[in-house]
Write a protein that binds this ligand. Structure first.
Ligand code: GLA
Length: 721
């Protein structure tokens, strides 16, 4: 395990758990990528294949078949004959050309933090790092490629640091990593979506040419998640090879897949080069975000379990890392903007009665906020609605045995606000252009230190002066006029994200007992970058149980169930108008990080009892649901059902949630085969005491009861005896 280097053949072999990643230094100092995949026993196999093809841009007549365009490259630059998509481009005096060659490398135990950016962390004994420095001697520019090799995971994470020792250059493209494959025999999996239908799974064959899964929206976005996977054609949930890439970043990103004329596949992952430019003066350093490479030879299921464990153990931080996530009741769908102190108290009271642990006051509590058109940035209580102020309300809610949480949207300013009148240049804007007010709001210019300082102090004051133990940090629009009075346009989106990360880092360190949940119109910024600061994300504004089958299926490809905010809500559902049984809404909601978003007082007595009993049981097994191994048993994108199974790490307990979608008259009898158990273990159904072996459960399966009505749902809970 770790990083091996052979001086003679100038070959690097990175060995993560079950994985080999091999590349070498060519005679001229360029790096050639050789292999990435399942572990190879030879330390330094001879894998370089000189091309026997005539190159249209060979550097010399003597060696007509060598060209950078014909090899797989470890970190391709723009300039020098490789005409595919570069991972790096730098411009000086109007010339875009860079020639990076090997300079030196070092190998050490452990992993460094990335200054100002979210990143994986690990004990020194868990990771070996290779730092390889490339150098352009005309520009005097160093580019340090970092590879962190995880010993207990099939994972290598990568990032890039640029150090300018020459005159100023403009960085046009700094991808965090590039990797090549000498074939195109893959299916591409991506997670696309929109508001209220985030992270839908889409799988397509690769084609020649360039595809970019990306965002230019200033946030990772609802539209495309910063994740993609290349999978072997036979790949399924439990079989086949997968090369997955997850980017630890919350802003404009690009995941490029390019297949060239010889069927070679190149993957570049990093900050979106579209309209990116970064002036790096002499002595300046630019650090790219980190990208995670995850390999699985047991399909998408194993890939997801690797990501879940990796992110739970090496990304998410603080008090709530691996600890039970509380059941919260969020006021949004219960009362929207229409409440006063009494209404909130009665809502909190009914929340407490059925077993909630935190009461979250969503939008509408501040400034003059009676709809979504005003008051963002006026983070003081609306005393028309909450006459006594926040503290007396919080005390009353605490007296019910509930913690108190609050909604904020600190990156925004309403045009109708004192702050905007005083500082019209504090928002992103372009002089002379119209300022787009999506959802009646403008985006504060977080690339500016003074704006960040102001917002940090405002939120800090709010948290210091009140007993607030949970914060929902929202961000409800995308960028439009991208401009700052302080920085050139090409720097603004990344500087914005750095500013945001800086504010979050200070707040989460200063308030370690507060549980932060990120949100962006639901799941518009559900990414690994945000999870570093806030251990959970509001998965989607769509709380409909049947919609959630797909949303949870797709989201769980990368993100752990503990991070996926998932609420039981009213019926008919507010987003879809669908009518579903209480049991179904509950059974689906608990496959994420469970909460409530309705007024329990509106339930019929018998329904309330079902929910109350469900919540009691959920609390007993939430560790299993939040941190157990997830197996997706049914795919709602292709099956008429969704099913999620959670198995304890010791494999001595499991829970299954199955939901049928539409019912058929006189339908065939159905079974549900389980996964992830020990065949020889004997398990007992906690509710009806039925006894079944692991082999029976995995090969014959559970007998699914005959459905009556649409959207029927069942759960099973077994323990080993
Ligand atoms: C966004 C969030 C919702 C809610 C509203 C409040 O849409 O995703 O959950 O907080 O804002 O305005």
């Amino acid at each position: 395990m770790g990083v091996l280097f052979d001086e003679k053949s100038k070959t690097f072999h990175l060995r993560a758990k079950g994985v080999s990643y091999i590349f070498n230094i060519l005679d001229g100092g360029h790096l050639a990528h050789l292999y990435y995949g399942k572990s190879i026993t030879e330390d330094f196999p001879d894998l370089f294949r000189p091309s026997n093809r005539a190159a249209f841009n060979a550097p010399s007549f003597e060696n007509y078949s060598f060209s950078l365009d014909l090899i797989m490259r470890e970190y391709p630059t723009y300039g020098g004959g490789d005409l595919r998509s570069p991972a790096f481009a730098a411009e000086k005096d109007g010339v875009n050309f860079c020639d990076l060659r090997y300079m030196e490398h070092k190998i050490y135990q452990g992993k460094r933090k990335l200054e100002g950016l979210p990143c994986l962390y690990a004990k020194d004994s868990d990771v070996d790092t290779l730092e390889l420095t490339l150098f352009d001697d005309l520009l005097n520019l160093k580019v340090v490629l970092s590879y962190c090799v995880f010993k207990n995971y099939p994972v290598i994470s990568r990032s890039v640091k640029v150090i300018n020792e020459g005159e100023s250059v403009i960085l046009k493209n700094v991808m965090s990593a590039s990797v090549g494959f000498d074939h195109m025999d893959f299916r591409l999996m991506q997670l696309h979506g929109s508001w209220a239908r985030e992270r839908f799974v889409e799988i397509s064959p690769l084609k020649h040419g360039l595809l970019s899964i990306d965002s230019r929206r200033g946030a990772s976005s609802h539209a495309l998640n910063p994740f993609m996977a290349l999978a072997s054609p036979d790949c399924g949930e439990n079989c086949g090879e997968v090369y997955a890439f997850s980017f630890i970043y919350s802003g404009n990103f690009s995941m490029q897949v390019e297949v060239d004329e010889y069927d070679t596949t190149r993957v570049n992952v990093g900050i979106n080069p579209f309209n990116f430019s970064w002036k790096l003066d002499k002595g300046g350093v630019f650090q790219s975000p980190e990208v995670v490479f995850c390999y699985s030879d047991e399909g998408f299921g194993n890939m997801s379990r690797t990501f879940h464990d990796l992110y739970n153990n090496h990304l998410i931080r603080g008090k709530y890392k691996k600890s039970p996530r509380p059941v919260l009741l969020n006021s949004w769908e219960a009362v929207y903007f229409n409440f006063n102190e009494e209404r909130l108290y009665s809502l909190a009271k009914s929340a407490a009665e059925i077993g909630a642990e935190i009461f979250v006051l969503d939008d509408g509590w501040f400034g003059e906020r009676n709809d979504d058109r005003t008051s963002l940035v006026d983070w003081y209580v609306n005393t028309q609605k909450i006459r006594g102020g926040l503290n007396p309300l919080i005390s009353k809610i605490n007296a019910l045995g509930l913690k108190f949480g609050i909604w904020v949207e600190p990156e925004m300013v309403s045009p109708k606000s004192r702050l905007y009148e005083e500082h019209p240049d504090w928002c992103l804007h372009i002089e002379g252009r119209n300022r787009t007010t999506a959802r009646s709001q403008l985006i504060l210019d977080f690339s500016r230190e003074d704006v960040c300082e102001y917002i940090y102090n405002t939120i800090r004051k709010l948290l210091s002066e009140h007993n607030i133990e949970y914060v929902k940090w929202d961000m409800n629009r995308n960028f439009s006029e991208i401009g700052s009075v302080k920085y050139a346009q090409g720097e603004v989106p990344h500087r914005y994200i750095l500013g945001l990360y800086g504010v979050l880092e200070r707040l989460v360190s200063e308030f370690p007992n507060v549980l932060f949940e990120s949100c962006s119109g639901g799941g518009g910024r559900f990414d690994a970058g945000m999870l570093y600061y806030m251990p959970q994300t509001w998965t989607s504004d769509n709380t409909d149980a049947i919609s959630r089958l797909k949303i949870h299926y797709g989201t769980s490809m990368v993100y752990p169930p503990s991070s996926m905010g998932s609420h039981f809500s009213a019926c008919p559902n507010h987003q879809t108008g669908r009518v579903t049984p209480v049991k179904t809404r509950f059974n689906v909601a608990i496959t994420g990080n469970f909460g409530l978003e309705f007024d329990p007082a509106n339930l019929k007595e018998d329904e309330k009892e079902v929910l109350k009993a469900g919540i009691k049981k959920y609390k007993e097994i939430r560790h299993l649901l939040q941190y157990g191994d997830l197996y997706r048993l049914k795919n709602p994108f292709v099956d008429n059902a969704g099913a999620f199974m959670f198995v304890s790490k010791e494999k001595d307990e499991f829970f299954v949630s199955f939901t049928n979608i539409l019912t058929e008259a006189n339908s065939p009898l159905k079974r549900l085969k389980l996964s992830g158990l020990v065949p020889g273990y004997v398990y007992k159904n906690v509710d009806n005491h039925e006894i079944m072996s692991g082999s029976l459960l995995m090969n014959y399966g559970l007998k699914i009861p005959h459905f009556s009505g649409d959207f029927a749902s069942y759960t099973w809970h077994f323990r080993k005896i």
